[in-house]
Write a protein that binds this ligand. Structure first.
Ligand code: UD1
Length: 427
């Protein structure tokens, strides 16, 4: 079992450059299925989730050449399968992003039903209802979703109940070749959706309005492969901004567009954190006490659920109390019980967390319940008294490339170590 050990109290200063966005790279990889030939993606993060999506594409018949650590040449000419097995979907729910591209290319897809995960049920009913409106017929048996298009795909207006990122992406990809016009109303507006629409348009699609709640897709007959750079990872950037903020910095974070972190940086400013802006990044520092600020997570441009835990790690040290409300995923407060082991004072009431600031954390053994919770526990460890040991760090590996190395480059005393698994039956 690998763990991250962090010694608290060392100065954290310097510059880091973030990788390409996980949540964009995964969907761009899936979209290559729609443009037979070799699409080259640059600025791809070298993280576990990208490796799983690579396996998904290979299982479908794609070839992937790793041109350098962050550049993938994906050849989808020979893709001849449309079934994604549970062994891969269960490792990463984002595997369902191939459903739209497979329906586009083959008019059919078989995708294992994703189960729940640590942050909630994560249903796909909106994907299904939206695709049905375009003419997709679904049957579910033996844990698999079978999608067929007996009469082809025809453009339609789809109003989403909630601005779901995954549903917006699957619908956008499925409608690229549909006859006529598709309108996605109440579409998600995340920067990763804009990145996907940009790449599809470079490939020859006709998508207007990505980044607004109304996306219009005019059907085209084919797409061609391209070279595309993955947008910088705003959540990795926000995580390192939180690191600079908790420890005092200054920490410069480069490689992303600060506009993509708009509300997070506004809240950080209200918390007493100093931020200076550059074209492709920010510098974060802090000399004053952290002030309490209420946060509620919402789809973009609201406060991202993927920054909730890292921000709560800061708020739990603020001078006063505040309320953090989680509106996107139901189980995303498991982190709060772990950080209480480090001395935080947090009470959960449904989807609200009442956070009462404490003066300091004390290092403890804690477990990452998901990717962002794992990062947040490491963040707390950086300023805790003594040593913090974070286990279940495979979650961190899913989305952060060289997390420990980047922390070390900023001066953190952190290391990754392997602990033998305890055998309860041993003598
Ligand atoms: C994506 C991101 C994830 C981020 C989330 C919200 C990827 C790989 N993951 O996840 O990091 O936290 O957006 O910004 O891009 N829902 C339904 N029915 C559906 C679809 C969604 O009820 O058909 C619910 C989900 O259970 C959840 C909420 O809607 O409660 C938001 O989900 P969604 O925006 O779809 O998130 P993901 O695309 O899964």
């Amino acid at each position: 079992m690998d763990v991250i050990e962090v010694e608290g109290g060392y100065p954290i200063q310097g510059t880091i450059t973030v990788e390409g966005a996980k949540n964009s790279a995964l969907k761009l990889m899936a979209a290559t299925i729609m443009a037979p030939g070799v699409t080259t993606l640059t600025n791809v993060p070298n993280i576990a989730d990208v490796h799983v999506m690579g396996k998904v594409l290979k299982a479908l018949g794609a070839k992937i050449d790793v041109l350098d650590e962050h550049t993938l040449a994906i050849d989808t000419s020979a893709v001849d399968k449309w079934e994604t097995p549970y062994s891969l979907v269960s490792q990463m729910r984002a595997s369902t992003a191939v459903m739209g591209p497979l329906i586009s290319r083959f008019g059919k897809a078989i995708v294992a039903m994703p189960g729940g995960c640590n942050i909630g049920a994560r249903k796909i009913d909106m994907h299904i209802l939206g695709l049905e409106a375009l003419g997709v017929h679904f049957e579910i048996d033996h844990g698999n979703i079978h999608a067929t298009t007996p009469d082809g795909l025809t453009g339609s207006t789809v109003l989403l109940n909630f601005a779901s990122v995954g549903a917006t992406e699957n619908l956008m990809m499925a409608s690229v070749f549909a006859k006529g016009t598709t309108v996605i109303d109440n579409a998600a507006r995340e920067p990763e959706i804009v990145d996907l629409a940009n790449m599809l348009n470079e490939m020859g699609a006709c998508i207007k309005g990505a980044g607004s709640p109304l996306i219009e897709i005019e059907g085209v007959s084919k797409l061609h492969p391209v070279t595309h750079r993955v947008v910088g990872d705003r959540i990795e950037a926000g995580t390192f901004a939180a690191i600079g903020a908790i420890a005092g910095g200054p920490v410069t974070v480069k490689g992303f567009d600060p506009v993509h972190l708009g509300l997070v940086l506004k809240k950080f400013d209200q918390m007493g954190i100093d931020i200076t802006y550059e074209e492709d990044g920010i510098t974060v520092s802090r000399t004053a006490d952290l002030m309490p600020v209420d946060i509620q997570t919402l789809p973009f441009p609201g406060f991202p659920t993927d920054m909730q835990a890292q921000t709560m790690a800061l708020l739990a040290l603020a001078k006063g109390s505040c309320v953090v409300t989680e509106n996107v995923f139901e189980n995303r407060f498991m982190f709060a019980s772990e950080i209480q082991r480090m001395g935080a004072n947090i009470t959960i009431e449904g989807h609200h967390a009442i956070v009462r600031g404490v003066p300091a954390y004390s290092g403890a053994e804690v477990q990452a319940s998901d990717l962002r919770a794992g990062a947040a526990l490491v963040i707390a460890g950086l300023v805790a008294d003594g040593t913090t040991v974070v286990s279940n760090i495979h979650h961190i590996d899913r989305g952060y490339e060289k997390f420990v190395e980047k922390l070390q480059s900023l001066g953190a005393v952190a290391r990754r170590t392997t602990r033998p698994d305890e055998d309860v039956f041993a003598d």
